[in-house]
Design a protein around this ligand. Structure first.
Ligand SMILES: [Zn+2]
Ligand SMILES: [Zn+2]
Length: 343
C-alpha cells in the first residue's frame, strides 16, 4: 500500500498531515478504511499544547469508525466488510489490573494516538478484540461517537446513578451532552446542566435535561439548592476540568452524594478544594478514567434509542479541512457541538 496522510499536532495551534506507511499487521489485527472520526476535548487539549500527558508532536483522533477491508490470519471475531467502531486502547493483558478485567487501569495502558496512530487518516490498524460491530441502523458518524459515549457511560456507572436520583452536570460539551442522556436512561429524575454557552444549554434541554443554568448569568449552586428544597443533588459530574466547577460540583451535592470527575485539568497543580466538605457532608469524589466494558453498554443505548447522537453532530467536515475544523471548534461564535470528520 502507498503512503497515506495522518494528522498530527506539530506545534500549538498547528495541525499537519504527515506521511505514514501501514504498520505491520499482527495475526489478530484488522485493517480499517476509516469512514468517520470526531474531535474530542482531549484533541483540543493537544491542539493547544496543553495536554498534561501528551507532549507535542502528537497524533490526534481516537473516536473512529470504519469498514474492515483486511483481516489477519488468526482473526475470528470480525470479517471483511464489517462496519465497526474502534476502542482505541492498547493494554498489556498481563498486569494485575488487566488480569482482574479492569483494563482501563492497566499499568502500561496506552491509547492508539499516543502510540503514534491517530484517527484522522484513511487507514487504521486495530486488534479484532478492540473493534465493535455497528448495526446497520447506526451511521459511521454515530459510530465515531461511541467512544465519548462510552466515557459518559463509564462515569454514570462509577457514580452509581440510580432510579429517581437527581443529577447536576457541569459542562455541556460532548461528554456533558452524552451524560444528560445516559443518566436519564439510568433513571435520573431532575437533571441540571450548567454551561457558559447558550446553544449548548438549548441542546441539553432537547436531549432531556430538566433545568439549564447559564453559569455566567446565575449561580448554579444557588439555583440547584433552590430547586431541590435545599437538599442538593444526589450525583454531580465535573465535565469541564476547572477549579470553579469542581467546587460547584461539591457544593451542590446532597449529603452522602457522589461527585464524578471526568474533566481533564490543564493545570492540575493549581487546584484547591474545600476538603472539609467531604467530612461535613460525607460526600465522595470519584475519578472516572476512560472506559472498561462500556462500549457494549453504549452500543445498546444507541440501538434502543435511549441515546440520540445525531443532534450532536453539528459540523461535518472533510478530512482535508481538519485544521479549519479545529479553528471552528475553538470559535465560540460557531455554535459547534461535536465536530465529525468524514474521511
Ligand atoms: Zn475522546
Ligand atoms: Zn495491563
Amino acid at each position: 500500500m502507498e503512503d497515506y496522510p495522518m494528522a498530527m499536532v506539530t506545534a500549538p495551534g498547528k495541525v499537519e498531515f504527515v506521511k505514514r506507511t501501514l504498520p505491520p499487521m499482527g495475526n489478530h489485527d484488522v485493517l480499517l478504511r476509516v469512514k468517520a472520526a470526531s474531535i474530542c476535548g482531549g484533541d483540543i487539549h493537544i491542539y493547544k499544547g496543553k495536554h498534561p500527558l501528551a507532549p507535542l508532536p502528537m497524533a490526534i483522533g481516537h473516536e473512529i469508525s470504519g469498514e474492515i477491508i483486511q483481516v489477519g490470519s488468526a482473526v475470528t471475531k470480525a470479517g471483511v466488510g464489517d462496519r465497526v467502531a474502534v476502542e482505541p486502547v492498547i493494554t498489556c493483558r498481563a498486569c494485575p489490573f488487566c488480569l482482574r478485567g479492569e483494563y482501563h487501569l492497566c499499568e502500561s495502558i496506552r491509547y492508539q494516538y499516543g502510540a503514534g496512530q491517530g484517527g484522522f487518516t484513511p487507514y487504521f490498524v486495530a486488534s479484532e478484540n478492540w473493534v465493535h460491530r455497528l448495526p446497520d441502523s447506526v451511521s459511521f458518524e454515530e459510530g465515531a461517537l461511541l467512544e465519548p459515549l462510552a466515557v459518559a457511560v463509564h462515569a454514570a456507572r462509577k457514580a452509581e446513578v440510580g432510579l429517581g436520583h437527581s443529577a447536576a452536570i457541569f459542562g455541556a460539551g460532548g461528554i456533558g451532552l452524552f451524560l444528560v442522556q445516559v443518566v436519564r436512561a439510568a433513571g435520573c429524575g431532575s437533571i441540571f446542566i450548567s454551561d457558559l454557552l447558550e446553544h449548548r444549554l438549548e441542546t441539553a434541554l432537547k436531549l432531556g435535561a430538566t433545568v439549564a443554568i447559564h453559569a455566567a448569568k446565575e449561580d448554579p449552586v444557588r439555583r440547584i439548592w433552590e430547586e431541590t428544597d435545599n437538599l442538593g443533588v444526589d450525583r454531580s459530574f465535573e465535565a469541564v476540568g476547572v477549579e470553579k466547577t469542581l467546587h460547584q460540583c461539591a457544593q451542590c451535592l446532597k449529603k452522602a452524594g457522589v461527585c464524578a470527575l471526568i474533566g481533564l485539568f490543564e493545570d492540575p497543580h493549581q487546584v484547591h478544594f474545600p476538603v472539609n466538605l467531604l467530612v461535613q457532608k460525607e460526600i465522595q469524589l470519584r475519578g472516572c478514567r476512560g472506559y472498561c466494558w462500556d462500549f457494549q453498554i453504549a452500543l445498546e443505548l444507541i440501538k434502543k434509542g435511549a441515546v440520540r447522537l445525531r443532534p450532536l453532530i453539528s459540523h461535518p467536515f472533510p478530512l482535508a479541512d481538519l485544521p479549519r475544523a479545529f479553528e471552528t471548534l475553538l470559535d465560540p461564535k460557531s455554535q459547534t457541538d461535536k465536530v465529525v470528520i468524514r474521511v
